[in-house]
Design a protein around this ligand. Structure first.
Ligand code: ZN
Length: 398
């Protein structure tokens, strides 16, 4: 069932609604204005709209660019992160000169250049249970451009509590999902996923990888849905989950139904306030450094001096073969997922140092091997990234 888009009413705290466009705006938006489906009426709705983007990364880039270009009058950008060199492969609102800058500020600068007529606010903060309701209350539509479960549940719950639409998108490797949650007749994220997946089961973009164009496509669809909600045209994705398979180049859709027993939007709401979403999802903050599992470690410099001394150390690389091709420490390669059935390849009498890219997967490997009876096993602290920083800068970081 597709749902006709209902125009949104402005929030009560709004400034007086704009009723005219300047001549310059008329010129800027002429390709909208000459379409009767948008026209002056639709463009004024865009001008009076207030949209909050959660995240200015891969999804946030096309979202911000298209919403700013379309003339959404007030855009809020929430991001606490800084631009990293590895972001540039997909986060196309940023340039090389932005590396090291605040993402929210860099995105604001880019979008202001694109459209100086709109109001853009940068919130350099992590969205939390403590600030979400305050941040959301002045905006009409919330667009979720994040890639972690705690934030996804937090955005969902805050939107339901405030009665605001949540334009949802997610990506993983070559697949994307898009829908609109939080509309009166439609389901919410908890109708679909009442409980988060077990921690560690779903890798982030950093661990799982993502083809750079994919967030561009998914974020663009989110931008389209946002604009349709604002101008009140077309059939929205409320009640439909659009699935995009980039490798097969196929779109499918799943019908989504509101769950009458949903703890958030069901008939008997059992959740009436925001909770601790990191605890709920069983994970520490995405940005929390170090492994989730506490295991014996060795620092890169110590490993280097022991290898130089000629100590008998067996290097176990638990990354994937394509990562081994990027760079390696001449270790024996057994990807983490294959470790349980290939454990016989390892000699438990020798001292083993396990490593991966960042030290997280290898911590799991060390934990697994210790439980399997290995006693002389250490995790390379910080993985190949730390090795590159502290021992051998010729080893590329990725
Ligand atoms: Zn629900």
């Amino acid at each position: 069932m597709s749902t006709k888009v209902q125009p949104l009413t402005a929030s009560p705290a709004a400034q007086p609604a704009a009723t005219t466009l300047t001549n310059e705006e008329i010129l800027r938006y002429s390709r909208h204005l000459i379409m009767p489906e948008v026209g002056m009426e639709g463009q004024l709705k865009l001008k009076n709209a207030k949209v909050l983007l959660i995240g200015t990364g891969g999804l946030g880039a096309p979202l911000g660019l298209y919403l700013a270009a379309a003339g959404v009058g007030r855009l809020g950008l929430v991001d606490f992160d800084v631009v990293d060199f590895t972001n540039l492969q997909r986060q196309i609102a940023f340039g090389t000169s932005d590396v090291g800058k605040s993402k929210a500020q860099a995105a604001r600068a880019r979008l202001s250049d694109l459209n100086p007529d709109i109001q853009i606010e940068a919130f350099e903060t992590q969205l939390t249970s403590a600030n979400a309701l305050e941040l959301f209350k002045d905006f009409d539509i919330i667009v979720d451009g994040t890639d972690n479960f705690p934030t996804r549940y937090l955005v969902n719950d805050a939107c339901i509590l405030l009665g605001k639409p949540n334009v949802y998108g997610s990506i993983f490797r070559f697949e994307g999902q898009i829908t609109v949650f939080g509309m009166p007749d439609g389901p919410c994220y908890r109708c679909l996923y009442p409980e988060p997946p077990p921690p560690g089961l779903v890798p982030s973009c950093a661990e799982g990888g993502v083809l750079g164009v994919l967030p561009g496509i998914v974020g663009s669809i989110q931008a389209m849905e946002t604009i349709k909600l604002i101008i009140g045209r077309g059939d929205s994705l409320v009640g439909r989950l659009l699935l995009f398979d980039a490798l097969g180049m196929k779109f499918r859709e799943l019908k989504l139904r509101k769950n009458p027993n949903c703890p958030m939007c069901g008939e008997q709401r059992t959740i009436n306030q925001l909770i601790d979403y990191y605890e709920f999802c069983g994970v520490r903050g995405e940005e929390a450094p170090g492994p989730n599992v506490q295991v014996p470690e060795i620092a890169p410099k110590e490993l280097k001096s022991r290898l130089d001394r000629g100590d008998d150390l067996y290097i176990l690389d638990v990354r994937e073969p394509h990562e081994y091709q990027i760079c390696n420490l001449n270790g024996h390669l057994i990807p983490l997922g294959e470790l349980p059935r290939r454990v016989h390849e390892l000699d438990s009498s020798r001292e083993i140092v396990a490593h991966c890219r960042s030290g997280k997967r290898s911590a799991e490997a060390v934990d697994f091997l210790r439980k399997a009876g290995f006693r002389k096993i250490l995790n390379l602290k910080g993985g190949i990234l730390a090795w590159s920083d502290e021992v051998d800068p010729t080893v590329p970081k990725y």
